[in-house]
Write a protein that binds this ligand. Structure first.
Ligand code: AMP
Length: 142
């Protein structure tokens, strides 16, 4: 069973971040430039939240707020669910499905070392299933 650390080895370590007092427009700009759907919110070196495109859609656009005058802290989720590098793909899938979000920051010794998205998890699951099918096919073919 693949673990989060294997996924990070493949996609590269590190997570795109924003400060809590930055305006929301800065966060959206980074998400667009880096082609990601969420950023970790870091104050000093501490993880204080997560902000995703959904927060922007629901808490800025729908509420007619200004993305230049609203700080990230006002729309982020402060109680972040994180995973350790040895968490399995299945465990992460379960967390995302049960909690209805698509991103999991990876914490090692209290520091963010990466971000796993539901897309990474789906990709890993499909490749594992493909491998199992190949093994079963060659077993059946004898
Ligand atoms: P997402 O599906 O990742 O775009 O996020 C949906 C909602 O869940 C947003 O309000 C995010 O701030 C929040 N969220 C995303 N990932 C996490 C996480 N790992 N822990 C807690 N909240 C999260």
């Amino acid at each position: 069973m693949q673990q989060v650390k294997h996924l990070l080895e493949a996609k590269g370590k590190g997570a795109y971040s924003v400060a809590p007092d930055a305006p929301v427009i800065d966060a959206i700009r980074v998400m667009a430039e880096k082609n990601v759907g969420a950023l970790v919110v870091i104050k000093g070196s501490e993880l204080v939240g997560i902000v995703s495109e959904r927060d922007y859609a629901r808490k800025v656009i729908l509420k007619d707020r200004s993305s230049r005058d609203t700080p990230v802290a006002d729309i982020m989720t402060a109680s972040v669910v994180t995973v350790a590098p040895d968490a399995t793909v299945d465990e992460c899938m379960r967390l995302c499905t049960d909690s209805r979000f698509r991103h999991l920051p990876v914490l090692d010794n209290g520091r963010v070392i990466g971000m796993i998205s539901i897309g990474d998890l789906v990709k890993a699951t499909i490749s594992e299933q493909k491998e199992t099918i190949n093994q079963l096919e060659s077993y059946i073919a004898g």
